[in-house]
Design a protein around this ligand. Structure first.
Ligand code: SF4
Length: 385
């Protein structure tokens, strides 16, 4: 009935589509394919097949990716947990060592580009962490290659994203921490839906399947990355426990949730206060940035997402054309992500057992030598170009 994307041609000349690229890779017997899905996909893809807004369809999504022929079905959420390990450690390090504050999140490539173009003098505020998409890519072609005993050069890494900007991000020259391009192709949620339909897969009748381990296992914290305030909440769960040395009594940081374009909150940790700011929607950036530039920032950590409710409302998600319906869809998608979090057995990134194993067997420590090389970016030299 009302599904606009079913009418989009599969390979139109006037807009970019990477579906053909992915079909070619899946048909190539020499390619070893690994795929990751961002958190926002699992609560939106079903809409393309007539399901209610925000319907959780992770099990069918994984089954569909296997049916398409991917050798490994992993999850961006694992890398979101990894991002939190590194980003929380970086924040604590900056706070305890007089580093540049406030620190900015670095997972939204549209925001990173905005900062580079509009406020290059503030680039040192940006976390050096690669985004979850890129961390997943570099892990696929190093640790993942080792586990599966495959030549990293044979691995083609595909990302399913709610975002068109992620296509631009993976092609940036510095996104080759593994020695190869870490993420080779990005499909949006809508492109994936088109591909599934094109291949004649009966999505709604697929039996649920589980993601592959170890690069697919995730916590509730990794999953809420897909909504505004989610990165902040996930980071606070880990940073607060790391600073206080005590287990949190309550995992929900209600103050960072919500839908205002600019939100501020403070967290008390044994008498020490961490203040944070969350920006959702690029139109709110100029005033916040001018404050920071003028030295008026009264917070230590800032999350920025360029889309109005975070990645659930990304430009690659199923289109909802009427504004009232769009608002409803975004709210239900957010609710879907929070529901996954609240029902997860593990809800803190540092308690992800496969993340712990990754550090023990391969990376060493957060901010350590290998982590620095594979999970971070030196941006200093680009800042005055
Ligand atoms: Fe992409 Fe929007 Fe998410 Fe930024 S907030 S990463 S532009 S979907």
């Amino acid at each position: 009935g009302m599904l606009p994307s079913t009418k989009e041609p599969l390979f139109a000349a006037h807009f970019r589509s990477d579906i053909k690229k992915v079909m070619d890779v899946l048909a190539d017997p020499n390619a070893y394919t690994m795929v990751q899905c961002a958190p926002a996909i699992r609560v939106a893809l079903g809409e393309e097949f007539g399901l209610e807004y925000g319907s959780m369809c992770q099990g069918k999504l994984i089954a569909a990716l296997r049916e398409l022929g991917f050798d490994r079905v992993y999850d961006t959420n694992f890398a979101a947990d990894l991002t939190i390990m590194e980003e929380a450690a970086e924040l604590v390090h900056r706070i305890q060592n007089g580093g540049t504050l406030p620190m900015f999140t670095s997972c939204c490539p549209a925001w990173v580009k905005y900062l580079e173009d509009q406020y290059p003098e503030l680039i040192d505020h940006l976390s050096s962490c690669r985004s979850p998409q890129q961390m997943a890519g570099s892990m696929f072609k190093t640790y993942g290659a080792k586990i599966d005993k495959v030549d990293p050069k044979k691995i083609v890494s595909v990302a399913i994203m709610p975002c068109t900007c992620k296509k631009f991000e993976c092609e940036r020259p510095e996104m080759n921490a593994s020695g190869e391009q870490d993420v080779d192709v990005v499909l949006t949620t809508r492109e994936l839906a088109q591909l599934i339909k094109h291949m004649g897969i009966d999505f709604l009748n697929l039996a649920d399947q589980d993601v592959d381990s170890p690069l697919g296992c995730y916590t509730g914290a990794g999953n809420i990355f897909g909504t505004t305030g989610g990165v902040m909440e996930a980071a606070l769960r880990t940073a607060v426990e790391s600073i206080s040395g005590e287990k949190l009594k309550k995992l929900e940081f209600e103050a960072v949730r919500g839908l205002d374009g600019v939100r501020k909150a403070s967290v008390d940790i044994n008498g020490q206060t961490i203040s944070v700011c969350i920006v959702a929607g690029v139109e709110h950036l100029p005033s916040v940035m001018e404050d920071i530039k003028a030295g008026r920032a009264d917070f230590q950590f800032m999350e920025v997402m360029c889309c109005p409710t975070g990645c659930v409302s990304g430009g690659g998600q199923p289109k909802v054309l009427l504004p009232a319906q769009r608002e409803k869809a975004n709210q239900l998608r957010r609710a879907g992500l929070y529901a996954i979090d609240s029902t997860s057995t593990s809800r803190k990134s540092h308690e992800n057992p496969d993340i712990q194993k990754l550090y023990k067997n391969f990376l060493g420590e957060p901010l350590g030598h290998t982590s620095h090389h594979l999970l971070h970016i030196e941006r200093g030299e680009h800042s005055h170009e």
